[in-house]
Write a protein that binds this ligand. Structure first.
Ligand SMILES: [Zn+2]
Length: 1066
């Protein structure tokens, strides 16, 4: 806003926004006491050297630099040696907190997504530890199937899961031992293929189990777990590392069989055929989660004509006028599924047309690649057929085919239902059916070739009409489809195998399914009782569960040799379970059918064979609530929290929920009513994926992969990318809004590093100015100067808001709060002002002790509230505390996590509203004063701000009187000139012309709603040798002619305190 200008100099007279948000210009001034201290510290032989020993310099061994590559491992070692995690858990008595770890695959080095996930978990766990919870965190690994990246020539198939899993063996010994094609991997254990096993006699089989082949694969899985574990530990993650859960543990597998058995006995498991995503490149069925949809897939597509043979009798017969040359025109991107055609589907509500085809020109070129060649032979014949196509698509088709289509008749899709046409391959009659709204006029002809064995929508249509009408599911295609010469090409989004990056096809196979029919409602009900973070996740999982009817569940089962009837009942399940609990699942492969069958069936062992199916990979980890939560004493069902990436809505969150509801959900009165019908989790938190700084997916090809180990330890070229340490990585995790995809890259990491350095500097300031602190020195709250009470009010608010951030898992808010607090409230204001009090206020003076009281509170609170995010930094600070911290129970907290979360100080928050308002104005005023000082300095009127005297005038009477009280204040701390870091401040009652004219630099500013006139002149009096403040009293003390009155008093008091030292040093 425009204000009066009264200065000959060009003072900027406008305020914009809140000055609090800006970094004040105060930093550019040479600060008196700090400069004196600095020079003294450098041992310069200045005049003021005489009083050097009376200046309290900051002192600490806490490093300015993190030196994270050395210091973090030292701190982790300290935690290990003292078992700090266990100590704190044992001592805490505020109830249990169980975050149930979702198992990552034991498949190689950790990527940045793993880091995001585990660090988020650790931040939560560590916060709960500070909040006095007993935190039980059991880390898990999914070892089944080992979906190792395919590379080299030694990739091996898993015999447990019908080729689902593959593994690369780079071990030359193993490669030399056998032809890899004869080796099979399953559940992390190398097995030999069943045909080979069957050819061996009993003794040979026993020898085989001891072969180093099996040992090597088991070793591989365990080594991977070990390597990943050590990386997680380097991130600073606390967990029960000595007792992780592995899905290959026999007790885990047994619990899984138990869950499966309960579901089977309740009738939720059945066997049937269903189209699945089949990957010809890895010869395996894929779950939805194993697909990648690639945008630019090129499919060959064809148009085909199916000749109509009968029209329904209900029809008025008008279609018959076009017989026998009436055809349905269809279009497909999967021509190889034509033999499996069972029907043509139409949309009942779409309008269709019977059209007559006419060539545009008789000059049909025949060279390859031109328009006409795509027409195919049918339309080249002299007698053109009548075609049925969707009315809206006529113009498109005319352009594509390069012919004219004349409309003969229009009709609705419903009129076509039950027309029959001749199958193009075998000439059998097939029906026209009404499909769903998936049939549109966006592409094709509006008539959809339906092969239920090859497509999900086709399958649903098939279910609707049933096998009687459409025949049984037919899927004659083996591994690949053949394309016709005339096939065109079509670019669209298409599912690819995530491992081989090759396209998949739909193919019906025999599988085990779990039906949701019996417990869908209970599952939906349980979803409603879970807290979903972010909230929209609830809709996602609800939609998935309400739309699905079953999920694939291949399992170990016996089949009758001749009838192929499966044998599976309580006895067989219990028996297999007990064997697997003892020997692990590989027993299924090396034991005979006779041994695997319970007593009752042994005599019939020769009539049965073992199934080679296994449970779905998702079912594996989905049983973890039973195998881990349900089996370990320290854990409980349901867990307080599950926390994984958004992809787990269709994966682990869902399979865990369904298996839990199916077995505990309904109709079982014996189940504890507390757990009956409940999801295995009370809350679910999901996070997005990690992208690069430009929001691109990370890929080796693009070279934009951020490897967590490189972030911590530095890349291969240490000069280009030196290591930041784990805390920087953790700070990044806290800074992102993980409800969406998050980004990371070199610039972001540099920013994190700057913020970390600022925070570390803040903590170092606190430590170094408390080197002589003892809690006995503390000044009680009611005696504290107002500037200090205001600082405690700010601190307590920060602690309170950070607590809310942790409780709601909104860590990015904590990150913002801490950044602002450190920069604006502390560095730019409180610390800046405090230097005078701390360095030259006098060792045991009230002003210094009251200031230290605040610093101690800030240090203790700040260190603890950042500890969940930056545990290494917090512990490093704690180990450098210059005093002991005693907890409420009277014990000394040796480690930061023993100190618990700071207790609530209601008193500090009760800072009166009018004081909050007033101190807000003081801070604004300080910013404006700094602007005028800066101009005065530029104009060479002053050098240091201590060479200045500030004049203030405001017509607001109450503000003027408050300011007047602070010139000087009853205590030295609230003195306005100390707050401005100038030598004098005078509040003038009126702006007489004389005064205004003598003051070179002035301006009028808006502070709150009050106009304040600010003037600056040179300070009165001479410079004090000790504190560099100007004072008219300098020269009035005979023994200390160069001191101001404040310093005179301090020096006299200090001399009395420590005369011998003082005498010696001078
Ligand atoms: Zn002084």
């Amino acid at each position: 806003m425009a204000v009066m200008q009264s200065s000959p100099c060009k003072v900027i007279l406008q305020r914009t926004g809140s000055s609090l948000r800006k970094i004040t210009s105060g930093d550019v001034f040479y600060r008196g006491p700090s400069m004196a201290a600095k020079k003294a510290a450098q041992g310069q032989k200045e005049e003021e050297g005489r009083y050097r020993h009376t200046v309290n310099l900051p002192k600490t061994t806490f490093g300015m630099r993190a030196n994270a590559l050395v210091r973090e491992p030292e701190i982790q070692k300290l935690w290990d040696e003292h078992q700090v995690f266990k100590r704190v858990v044992d001592k805490n008595d505020g109830g249990n907190f169980v975050l149930h770890d979702g198992p990552p695959y034991a498949n190689g080095v950790l990527h940045i997504g793993h880091a995001l996930n585990k660090i988020l978990k650790d931040i939560i766990n560590r916060y709960k530890l500070l909040r006095n919870y007993k935190v039980h965190f059991v880390p898990g690994w999914d070892c089944h199937g080992l979906p190792i990246e395919l590379k080299g020539k030694y990739h091996l198939d898993c015999c447990l899961c019908s080729l689902r899993c593959q593994m690369t063996l780079s071990d030359p010994n193993l490669a030399a031992t056998a032809n890899p094609r004869d080796l099979y991997i399953g559940h992390g254990v190398l097995l030999l293929p069943p045909p080979f096993l069957q050819s061996l006699d009993q003794d040979a089989k026993k020898d085989l189990t001891s072969l180093n082949l099996r040992a090597m694969a088991a070793k591989f899985a365990k080594e991977t777990v070990k390597a990943q574990m050590s990386s997680f530990q380097r991130f600073g993650v606390w967990a029960d590392w000595n007792n992780p859960y592995l899905t290959l543990d026999p007790e885990y597998e047994a619990a899984q069989i138990e869950v499966f058995g309960e579901m089977a006995l309740k009738g939720y498991i059945y066997r049937g055929r269903k189209p699945v995503h089949w990957s010809p490149s890895s010869r395996t069925a894929l779950a939805e989660a194993e697909l990648e949809y690639q945008e630019h897939h090129v499919s060959r597509s064809i148009y085909a004509l199916f000749k109509i043979v009968t029209a329904p009798s209900t029809n008025d017969g008008s279609l018959e006028e076009f017989f026998p040359d009436l055809c349905l025109a269809i279009w497909t991107t999967t021509p190889w599924t034509i033999p499996a055609n069972a029907a043509v589907a139409v949309n009942a509500r779409l309008e269709y047309a019977v059209v007559e085809a006419k060539l545009l020109s008789e000059n049909v070129p025949t060279s390859a690649g031109n328009e006409k060649r795509r027409l195919g032979n049918v339309l080249k014949e002299p007698k053109k057929p009548f075609l049925i196509v969707a009315l809206d698509l006529l113009p498109t088709l005319e352009t594509k085919w390069g012919i004219k289509l004349n409309i003969k008749k229009t009709l609705f899709g419903s009129d076509l239902e039950n027309c029959r046409y001749a199958h193009p391959i075998n000439n059998t009659e097939c029906p026209v059916v009404v499909g769903g709204d998936y049939i549109t006029t966006e592409s094709g002809t509006g008539l959809v070739h339906t092969a239920p064995g090859h497509g999900q929508e086709d399958y649903v249509t098939w279910l609707k009409y049933g096998p009687k009408k459409l025949g049984s599911l037919y899927s004659p295609v083996d591994d690949d489809g053949k394309f016709t010469e005339e096939a065109g090409q079509f670019k669209h989004k298409y599912p690819y195998d995530w491992r081989t990056k090759k396209p998949t096809i739909f193919r019906a196979t025999e599988q085990w399914f779990a039906s949701l029919e019996g417990f869908r409602e209970a599952a939906m009900d349980a979803i409603g009782h879970v807290k979903w973070i972010p909230a929209q996740a609830e809709n996602r999982i609800s939609a998935m569960i309400s739309s699905r009817s079953e999920w694939g569940l291949p399992i170990p089962v016996f089949y009758h040799v001749t009838s192929k009837e499966p044998l599976m009942n309580k006895e067989t399940i219990d028996h297999v379970k007990s064997i697997i609990a003892e020997k692990g699942s590989d027993a299924w492969y090396y034991m005979t059918v006779k041994d695997l069958l319970p007593e009752k069936y042994r005599s019939k062992a020769s009539e049965y064979e073992k199934g080679t199916d296994t449970m779905d990979v998702w079912f594996d980890s989905g049983s973890s609530w039973a195998a881990v939560l349900g089996k370990r004493d320290s854990l409980s069902f349901p867990a307080d929290l599950y926390l994984e990436g958004t992809d787990q809505h269709r994966g682990w969150f869902q399979s865990s929920l369904l298996t839990s509801i199916a077995t505990k959900g309904i109709g079982v009165e014996s189940i504890n009513p507390v757990t009956r019908g409940r999801a295995p989790y009370s809350s679910v938190l999901t996070h997005g994926f990690v992208l690069d700084e430009k929001r691109n997916k990370m890929s080796k090809f693009l070279g934009n992969v951020v490897n967590p180990r490189d972030v911590i330890e530095g890349g291969q070229n240490q000069k280009e990318a030196s290591g930041y340490g784990a805390d920087i990585l953790r700070l990044w995790v806290s800074s992102v809004d993980y409800t969406d995809d998050v980004t990371i890259g070199p610039n972001i990491l540099r920013q994190m590093s700057d913020i970390y350095r600022k925070l570390r500097g803040t903590l170092r300031y606190l430590l170094s100015n408390l080197h002589d602190w003892d809690v006995e020195n503390a000044v009680s709250y009611h005696e504290l100067p107002m500037i200090d009470r205001h600082a405690l009010f700010q601190l307590e608010n920060v602690v309170k808001n950070m607590r809310e951030g942790y409780e709601s898992y909104q860590f990015y808010k904590i990150f913002q709060i801490i950044q602002r607090f450190v920069t604006v409230d502390l560095s730019n204001f409180y610390f800046d002002v405090a230097k005078d009090r701390l360095y030259v206020g006098g060792t045991a003076s009230f002003t210094r002790r009251s200031c230290q009281t605040i610093l101690a509170a800030q240090l203790l609170s700040l260190t603890r509230v950042i500890a969940p995010i930056l545990p290494h930094l917090a512990e490093d600070v704690w180990q450098h505390l210059p005093f002991k911290y005693t907890t409420e129970d009277g014990s000394v907290a040796k480690f930061v996590f023993e100190a618990k979360w700071p207790a609530l100080n209601d008193k500090w928050l009760e800072f009166p509203a009018e004081e909050i308002d007033f101190w807000g104005k003081v801070l604004e005023l300080r910013t404006e004063v700094n602007k005028v000082l800066e101009v005065a300095r530029t104009e060479k009127l002053i050098g240091s701000s201590l060479e200045a005297k500030v004049y203030l005038h405001t017509s607001d009477v109450s503000l003027a009187s408050r300011l007047l009280e602070m010139c000087p204040a009853g205590n030295d701390a609230d003195n306005l000139h100390r707050i401005f870091l100038t030598s004098q401040v005078e509040v003038v009652s009126s702006l007489g012309n004389e005064l205004v004219e003598t003051i070179q630099h002035s301006g009028e500013y808006l502070v709150g709603e009050d106009r304040v006139w600010i003037g600056v002149s040179r300070a009165e009096g001479s410079k004090c040798e000790r504190c560099w403040n100007y004072s008219t009293q300098v020269g009035s003390f005979v023994e200390h002619p160069t001191l101001c009155s404040r310093c005179f008093n301090v020096v006299v008091a200090d001399t009395q305190l420590m005369p011998p030292m003082a005498a010696v040093t001078i």
